[in-house]
Design a protein. Structure first.
Lengths: 97, 312
């Protein structure tokens, strides 16, 4: 009885894992991309003056610097290399599947 | 007695003298009073005829003076950020960001923001160390910007918080099957810092619009430009809900001042009438032009007697 229960449990875990890999990951990647995009835009509002966009309260934003310092360099790279906005947006919708 | 008394108006009208005599009269009534200059070009020390710095100085029994130094306040602020940074960030990034922080003081609005921070700090301290604070403000434009900052920036920061929360919510959805990510986003210090900042602004806004405890007096001269500018400033303060108190009309030429000044006196009379009509809501106090500059306690006392009800 116990062994059967264990086997059933193991089987269920495998099904769940397959389900995640086959259906969820792709969807979640889209959501995650959207979240990162919003965050990038927020960074632009917070620290736009780093790349030449004036900010009415850049002085107050300094106190956020220690918290986001690690994100800053990759963000600057991403935001400055945005050459194909359309392609970037298009990639969010799976035209290829 | 109001807890916060502001004196504002056009440059050179006598704001500092009025603020100084007002604070003196409060102190002599036994009220622990702090007189603060928010004008980057300070003249409080000249009026009291003794040095005043960015830390409160005891001028007389019950009377302290302070001149806000934007540079010192900004330095304190950036130093505290640097200290926090050293705990949180690796050394290579610190160097990069140090430069950004040093540059930030040069950005437009930084000086204002630094003064505003000190301003909030002082207002929060009222009731503990001091019973009343008298502010000698900078000429109209600068001060109006300072006083309306909380409303404007409050809206802006609300927007930022909203955006961050939206991003977080999406992350939470994405992290439903990813425990490591879920833990990482469970607490968000960015939102905490933004919220603390917003609370500070809304506190300042609350204090500034509190008719019980706050009043803004205007000092003006009976001249065309001063009347017009004051009229505009009063309208703006009303729009933002900051209580306007009295009008102190300064430098009125007394009758019999000589033929050269007689014509000037007549034109002043015209503007005086206009001021009395236009600003009839609050008290209008009239101060004569004096033979000498206002300096030292005795002369301040003479002015404060004339201001009477405004500072008691």
């Amino acid at each position: 009885m116990n062994r059967l229960l264990k086997k059933l449990k193991k089987g269920w875990e495998l099904i769940a894992l397959f389900h995640q890999g086959a259906f969820l990951d792709r969807r979640m990647a889209v959501v995650r991309k959207e979240a990162f995009d919003i965050n990038d835009n927020l960074m632009l509002l917070l620290f736009g003056d780093f790349i030449g966009i004036p900010n009415p309260m850049s002085y107050y934003m300094l106190e956020l610097l220690p918290l986001v310092a690690d994100e800053l360099a990759p963000w600057e790279r991403r935001i400055q290399n945005r050459r194909f906005i359309l392609a970037e947006k298009g990639a969010q919708y799976d035209f290829d599947t | 007695m109001k807890r916060f008394t502001f004196f504002g108006g056009k440059g050179g009208t006598g704001k500092t003298s009025c603020a100084a005599s007002c604070s003196l009269s409060l102190a002599e009534q036994g009220v622990r009073t702090l007189v603060v200059s928010t004008d980057p070009a300070h003249s409080l020390a000249d009026t009291f005829d003794r040095p005043i710095g960015y830390e409160p100085v005891l001028l007389r029994p019950n009377l302290w003076g302070l001149e806000i130094d934007a540079e010192v306040e900004a330095k304190k602020y950036t130093d505290s950020i640097m200290k926090k940074m050293l705990h949180l960030v690796s050394a290579t990034i610190v160097d990069e960001i140090k430069r950004q922080i040093e540059l930030a003081y040069l950005s437009p609005g930084a000086e204002e923001a630094a003064i505003f921070d000190k301003f909030i700090e002082l207002m929060e301290s009222a009731g503990k160390d001091y019973d009343a604070i008298v502010f000698d403000t900078a000429p109209t434009g600068h001060t109006l910007r300072l006083l309306t900052l909380p409303r404007v920036l409050g809206v802006w920061i609300d927007h930022l918080i909203e955006k961050r929360q939206k991003a977080r919510k999406l992350m939470e959805v994405a992290a439903r099957y990813d425990r490591a990510l879920a833990e990482q986003i469970a607490q968000d210090p960015v939102i905490e810092v933004l919220t603390a900042r917003r609370d500070k602004f809304s506190l300042a806004g609350k204090i500034l619009t509190d008719t019980e405890n706050t009043v803004f007096h205007f000092v003006l001269n009976p001249e065309k430009l001063a009347v017009l500018e004051t009229g505009r400033a009063v309208d703006l303060l009303k729009k933002y809900g900051i209580p306007v108190g009295g009008m102190i009309v300064n430098k009125i030429i007394p009758a019999g001042a000589g033929t050269f000044l007689e014509k000037k006196r007549l034109s002043q009379e015209k503007y005086l009438r206009e001021i009395r009509e236009r600003f009839a809501e609050g008290p209008v106090i009239e101060l004569p032009m004096l033979e000498e500059d206002v300096q030292g306690m005795d002369q301040l006392r003479i002015i404060s007697e004339k201001m009477g009800a405004l500072c008691s």
